[in-house]
Design a protein around this ligand. Sequence first.
Ligand code: SUG
Length: 427
Amino acid sequence: MSGIVEINFDGIIGPSHNYAGLSLGNLASARNAGGTSSPRAAALQGIDKMRFNVRRGLVQGLFVPLPRPATRWLGELGTSLADADPAIAINAMSASAMWAANAATVSPAPDTRDGKCHLTVANLRTMPHRSHEWRETLAQLELAFAHEAFAVHGPVPTAFGDEGAANHMRLASSHGAPGIEVFVYGVGGGAFPARQHIEASKAVARVHLLDPRRILFAEQSGAAIAAGAFHNDVVAVANGNVLFAHEHAFADKRPLIDALTSLVEGFDYIEVFAAEVPLGDAIKSYLFNSQLVTTPDGSMTLVAPIECRDTASVKAWIDRHLASNGAIRNVDYVDVRQSMANGGGPACLRLRIVCDAATVDPRFLVDEAKLDRLSGVIAAYWPETIAAGELTSAVLVEQIVAAREALLDALDLSELMSDKLTVKDVS
Ligand code: SUG
């Protein structure tokens, strides 16, 4: 296969998927704290989402769960799972790397001065349970994108929080055309942290060799962060020439919309007003955390969480938009409830990389037959449930380790086995 396409790399939902309630400012995570999770059902929901996208004719990739427990991180803290304070131990069992939109920021080759596709792994420094993801994520990115078509970078220094593609959007007349990259940063969020720092965004833009005339910086609205939009992709999503966003997504939308109107050919801004869908409904349903994809016939489909169908204001908006012949021609609903209960919708679960599929390590690409094989591994090895309190039990931990190894075996990814994984010490 040759030619530049958009590939969605979904994070496989790991065997330690749990509801520890670790993410301040993420309302779903807080609401479900202490609940019993269903890792097997969660991972199968994720596989089904990938399967539907393959059937839509889209190229689909995957990332594998990170080793859990995070023994290296515990070691850096001078402890181990058995000895650690329980509050620290649960941070070492997180499956949050499933939300691949937070793995890295990606600037495709048509946007960069050296004609390479650049990826910068996100430091995720704001949340302790996510701050230790980057080394193993980087090892995985370096393996998947080892081809000279890519430049894979370490994280921005931790002085500045970086949450990856969740706070980054790209607009272009087509995926293979030069794009306009929009970096969305936070300043204030009331009681909740703003996770993306503008200096991190600026650093990524420089490291990716972007043309300063083709990048934009926009501030997340503090009101949206305070209402639970901890990442910009909870209130806005872009694809092709379309920006689909809530009225209250940005602190000051006018300069952003004006700049996009002049820079993006045929720019189409689909704004959802609070009077139609209140911010609370948008965040509860994750309307904007849908995947907005261009299917092979050139039209746009919104792959929305099933919660959108069940939220009256959102469903009414979708039906009106479809009837109006707007840019979104089709809406499909997917069930990723297990991930949603931790604040991760369809768009959180994937990292978009615009590149030539022939330059990607094929072990990270999937077809339906491979997805069937992975479903078998998940059904056989993933824990059925994890109750609050059992997350660090020796029996469960053993099952979690074995499950990841079985997955890596099935994918022929022995380089990522915990004992072989080489990770970087510094960025
Ligand atoms: O970082 N949830 C993730 C959700 C990330 C969603 N990603 C995007 N919006 N792109 C987070 O808040 C919950 C884990 C817990 O509570 O145990 C969590 O990490």
